[in-house]
Design a protein around this ligand. Structure first.
Ligand SMILES: Cc1cc2nc3c(=O)[nH]c(=O)nc-3n(C[C@H](O)[C@H](O)[C@H](O)COP(=O)(O)OP(=O)(O)OC[C@H]3O[C@@H](n4cnc5c(N)ncnc54)[C@H](O)[C@@H]3O)c2cc1C
Length: 433
């Protein structure tokens, strides 16, 4: 191959599919390369799909996309060793069409999205790995090298949508090696069970779903969270912690998930299920401050490759699709204006992202990774204290409530001191402001 394209998109996850779809729909000559057997074959996600990002590109996606359940209830649990305290938010508003969030199975969803990309006119080639970027004498990216004979392909712009590892961006020195403190390692299992049992267990109807987000002692003092999502006839359960913490603590992700599944509040939800799938994947969670340079002469970076994950709200695929779409729209506008794909012209991509929810949200939580890295009490001491406080207040034993309140207050002071408590409150404010 030595054909020339308007754009080459590397990767067929949500960011690559979004970019390729928008470019092809605008009539550009697009080549999308995916190393997996098919789009989605190598991808791992919880997985919650946020409709908004997809709707902006494919408004009628609900007609044929493989969707599992729409979410009507969100639970947030703070776990101690044998209890949890939490909030449940369930709304009939979430039960009115058009639904806003769905559970999906990524292998099926990515395949569906890829079919849309092909129908829009892009040439999609799977089982093909991009091994290098081609540059001209001026160091401008002018194409890619793939692992096929004679695999040199040229394009005006190359969009790197190759996920968290982004070996290509590292090789090209667009961004440095991923630091273990900026990346979480997540493991996930899928447990199958009859639909009726699942629905009864979570008090939901045929299409309805429940999401449980968890943090606290399930991560054994490491910075991370757990999750449990309901699919049509299966439950996705998983946990992820920073890679640097796994290294330091010498705990294996698998052992962590095993313990989490045996927690007395989680075990009954999985009872009787048959585990059929186990996967592990990295999630870029370094936040705003860890975002690398995302454009240059002849190249752009979208999705996980650019660290576009909002770990606080567990949003990744929607940021991936949005960055993919905005990158493509930038290219389309430059083509219309007859401008070259230079760094100066592609800078519009960054400024458009700055104006979008993607950068605004990541910027809002920019202090969060650092604060949680160095304050493990938020994953250990506080979950324990709030759970114990709830237990003390709810346990009826003849002790008056005033005495119980004093007992709770002194347990907080004993663990963190008044100064420590005030400092932690300030840190939380800084992390979430
Ligand atoms: C356990 C877990 C749970 C998650 N839960 C959620 C959730 O519930 N909701 C949510 O929105 N996000 C979630 N995320 C995050 C979400 O999965 C990612 O943000 C999203 O997949 C990023 O999309 P992407 O297209 O940038 O990268 P990816 O989906 O990783 O796709 C990259 C693609 O590029 C291909 N590729 C890589 N290198 C090459 C190469 N050299 N040549 C050719 N092809 C290549 C890969 O095979 C892959 O198909 C979760 C992540 C994990 C790990």
């Amino acid at each position: 191959m030595s054909e020339k394209f308007d754009a080459i998109v590397v990767g067929a996850g949500p960011s690559g599919n979004a970019a390729a779809y928008i470019l092809a729909k605008a009539g550009l000559k697009v080549l999308q390369l995916e190393r997996g057997e098919y789009a989605g074959s190598k991808n791992v996600q919880g997985a919650i799909l946020y409709a908004d990002a997809l709707e902006k590109m494919i408004p009628d996606f609900r007609d044929d996309a493989p969707l599992e359940r729409h979410i009507i209830e969100q639970r947030m649990w703070v776990l101690d060793d044998d209890s949890f305290i939490g909030t449940h938010y369930r709304s009939d508003g979430f039960n009115k069409e058009p639904y806003n969030r769905y559970t999906i199975i990524r292998a099926q969803f990515d395949k569906w999205f890829s079919a849309k990309v092909q129908a829009a006119g892009a040439l999609v080639i799977c089982e093909t790995t991009v091994t290098d970027l081609l540059r001209d004498e001026g160091n401008r990216v002018v194409g890619v090298q793939v692992d096929r004979e004679g695999g040199t392909i040229y394009a005006d712009v190359v969009i790197l949508a190759d996920g968290v590892n982004s070996l290509l961006a590292k090789k090209a020195e667009f961004h440095p090696e991923l630091e273990p403190k900026n990346v979480a390692l997540a493991v996930k299992e899928i447990h199958f069970m009859p639909q009726e049992i699942l629905q009864e267990r979570f008090n939901i109807g045929e299409e309805e779903g429940v999401v449980i987000e968890m943090f606290g002692k399930i991560t054994q003092g490491m910075m991370g969270t757990g999750f449990l999502y309901t699919n049509k006839e299966s439950i996705a359960v998983g946990v992820g912690c920073m890679l640097s913490d796994f290294k330091e603590q010498k705990t294996t992700p698998y052992a962590l998930l095993e313990e989490m599944k045996n927690h007395p509040s989680i075990k009954p939800l999985l009872a009787g299920g048959e585990m059929k799938e186990y996967t592990a994947h990295l999630i870029p969670e370094g936040g705003y401050k860890a975002i690398p340079r995302i454009y240059g002469d002849g190249w752009m970076i979208v999705g996980d490759s650019g660290m576009f994950v909002n770990a606080v709200h567990r949003e990744g695929s929607n940021l991936a699709m949005t960055t993919g779409r905005i990158a493509a729209e930038t290219v389309i506008d430059l083509v219309k204006e007859g401008k070259a794909m230079t760094a100066a012209n592609l800078a519009v991509y960054r400024s458009r992202l700055d104006d979008s929810f993607v950068m605004k949200d990541l910027k809002k939580y920019q202090e969060m990774p650092e604060i949680f890295h160095s304050n493990r009490q938020f994953f250990t001491t506080y979950p324990e204290l709030v759970n114990r406080s709830a237990h003390t207040m709810l346990h009826v034993d003849g002790v008056d409530k005033k005495t119980k309140e004093r007992e709770i207050f002194s347990s907080f002071r004993e663990k963190r001191s008044l100064f420590g408590l005030m400092g932690d409150a300030y840190k939380l404010w800084r992390a979430f402001r």
